[in-house]
Design a protein around this ligand. Structure first.
Ligand code: PMP
Length: 419
């Protein structure tokens, strides 16, 4: 009895952190998450979150799709399903991807709970602590958080107004390899990138694919915004050009509804089994209910017209934002002019710290995301991401006006501090 006691009660209790696995130290709240609580107050104009705008989605139509599904196929819809995803939906996903030039086999698709889960699974399969992941500078905050949790070392690669710069990619690969480090994949968002709104032109896609093929580096092409081009279709997906070396991630979050939580990964055949096994261990199977809702919607509803309606909603908001930036922001600021998607990236003069400026913006009743959220290395302090997807055009104008005023004040304050 006493032996058992001495064996199991050895000194002071450990702190909770000491009981966690090492990787838990990398599970940190994102800058965006802590902002959401403030930004969602009704009096604040939130240019912060990337919430899709559902105002153009006819709810009576969605209700009838769901109603019909439960009445005609409820037993299947409410049951467990295949770990890889429902075969009917995987076939229909092939039709969606065909719009971007992809000819896929439904067997190479793994349905996930949003493309965020696909990012997690791919990270779990590929990343050992210390492995390098190449990403655009700046990049999607949710991907950076996932890579960090798997203890990857993120190496940013320069972008310009046309997206990732191929020559900078070559240099980053050389520098990383000379330092003796393993590169696991390149992660990029070629269409209306989050957070910059920039589009990667076709010739750069080809060049980047060639570099990665030569160097034996997988490309993870994250494409939630590809069908949200306002004036013209985006170039073919990178996966359309290379089915061996590209892991393509798609999502219905922006083209139907994010609450359904359905995305997918189209992977080279050799990766499929690993991905399914990894997914089964986290969720058993994606929701049959929402997969079949989407399958019925895609089969019976005019989904291409619906995407066109969403584009119209976003285009009007993009225009409101660009016009009001022209009107209210100082001439020293520059910003991207997205042809689709949700985001504008603003660069202010380098002496402005957008994170430190945030409380002043909140007082002025407007929220944005400071640029540092989109870098793994602390860069981006004078930049910010503004989303135009959710507020009405009037609210966007109001928010940009208030923010422009805060920026002017900050520049004046800085200017007089330097004098
Ligand atoms: N990738 C990018 C670039 C995103 O912007 C988002 C969501 N904002 C996601 C992935 C995740 O989307 P979901 O899980 O809803 O498909």
């Amino acid at each position: 009895m006493s032996e058992i006691n001495t064996r199991f009660h050895t000194g002071a209790p450990q702190k909770l952190e000491e009981r966690f696995a090492a990787r838990a130290s990398q599970m940190l709240p994102s800058e965006i998450r802590s902002l959401f609580a403030v930004a969602s107050r009704p009096e604040i104009v939130s240019l912060a979150g990337g919430m899709p705008n559902l105002s153009a989605l006819p709810m009576d139509m969605m209700a009838s799709v769901v109603n019909e599904l439960i009445l005609t196929n409820g037993a299947e819809a409410l049951q467990y399903g295949s770990g890889q995803g429902h075969p009917k939906l995987r076939e229909l996903i092939c039709d969606v991807m065909a719009l971007e030039g992809i000819r896929a086999n439904a067997d190479d698709i793994v349905v996930t709970t949003g493309s965020q889960q696909a990012l997690d699974l791919i990270s779990r399969i590929f990343i050992d602590p210390g492995d390098v992941v190449l990403v655009e500078a700046p990049s999607y905050v949710g991907a950076l958080g996932t890579f960090r949790q798997y203890q990857a070392s993120v190496v940013h690669v320069e972008m310009d107004q046309d997206g990732l710069v191929p020559q900078s990619l070559r240099e980053a690969i050389t520098v990383t390899r000379v330092a003796g480090r393993k590169i696991k994949f390149l992660y990029l968002i070629p269409n209306y990138q989050n957070p910059t709104g920039v589009l990667l032109p076709a010739d750069r896609r080809t060049e980047i694919l060639a570099i990665c093929r030569e160097e034996g580096i997988f490309v993870v092409e994250d494409n939630p915004y590809g069908l949200l081009g306002f004036d013209r279709p985006s170039p073919n997906a990178m996966r359309a050009e290379d089915s061996e070396n590209v892991i393509y991630l798609g999502s219905f979050s922006k083209t139907i509804a994010s609450g359904l939580r359905i995305g997918w990964a189209l992977v080279p055949q050799s990766l499929k089994d690993k991905l399914v096994i990894a997914s089964e261990s986290s969720i058993l199977c994606p929701s049959n209910f929402t997969q079949l809702t989407i399958a019925n919607y895609l089969t019976h509803q005019p989904w291409r017209d619906q995407i066109a309606s969403f584009c119209e909603v976003y285009k009007v908001r993009r225009d409101a934002m660009l016009e009001s930036l022209d009107e209210y922001f100082p001439k020293e600021a520059t910003w991207t002019k997205p042809g689709g998607g949700f985001y504008v990236w603003v660069n202010l003069p380098p002496e402005i710290d957008t994170k430190a400026m945030m409380p002043k913006a909140i007082v002025a009743k407007v929220a944005y995301v400071p640029g540092t959220a989109f870098y793994a290395d602390g860069f981006g302090s004078w930049s910010m991401r503004l989303s135009y997807c959710h507020p009405t055009p009037e609210r966007i104008r109001e928010g940009v006006k208030a923010l422009g005023h805060v920026v002017h004040q900050e520049m004046n304050r800085r200017g007089s501090a330097l004098n």
